[in-house]
Design a protein around this ligand. Structure first.
Ligand SMILES: [Zn+2]
Ligand SMILES: [Zn+2]
Length: 140
């Protein structure tokens, strides 16, 4: 696995300790944090970090393709450091957003391929979101 400074450099960005930390936090977690919760985490390491810096860094990372972001209906963006195709499950009770790997990855790739062929379009992304109630919330 490539290290974080290497990934940042490969995307033609200058490596700064803040950028390194934000990417590290995103790649080490699969909780798909919002900018706000990433800011809270990052601030523990860099107390003078501003929310604006975190937000601008995330924006830049997203534009350059280092991370993905999506709004699952909460009217906020959640960020994902895993840019390989995978499905997500969103719990409507506790708002957790989990990865669903495995067979869905093949399905996503097939949908992208079929959409391109059948509709003569260039597919740049396929997102699969499954919504419902997670195991823990089901237990109540
Ligand atoms: Zn839940
Ligand atoms: Zn994910």
């Amino acid at each position: 696995m490539k290290d974080n400074p290497e990934i940042i450099r490969e995307h033609n960005l200058r490596v700064t300790p803040q950028r390194e930390l934000i990417l590290k936090l995103l790649r080490e977690s699969n909780l798909h944090p919002s900018a706000e919760s990433l800011y809270i985490q990052a601030k523990k390491r860099y107390p003078c970090l501003s929310f604006n810096t975190v937000y601008r860094t995330l924006d830049l990372f997203e534009q350059k393709g280092l991370v993905k972001r999506f709004d699952v209906g909460e009217n906020i963006y959640r960020y994902d450091g895993n840019i390989t195709p995978h499905a997500h499950f969103f719990c409507i009770k506790c708002n957790r957003l989990d990865d669903m790997d495995g067979e869905f990855t093949d399905l996503i790739q097939r949908i992208g391929k079929d959409a391109g062929l059948n509709y003569d379009v260039k597919v740049t992304a396929v997102e699969l979101f499954i919504q419902g109630i997670c195991i823990e919330c089901k237990r109540g």
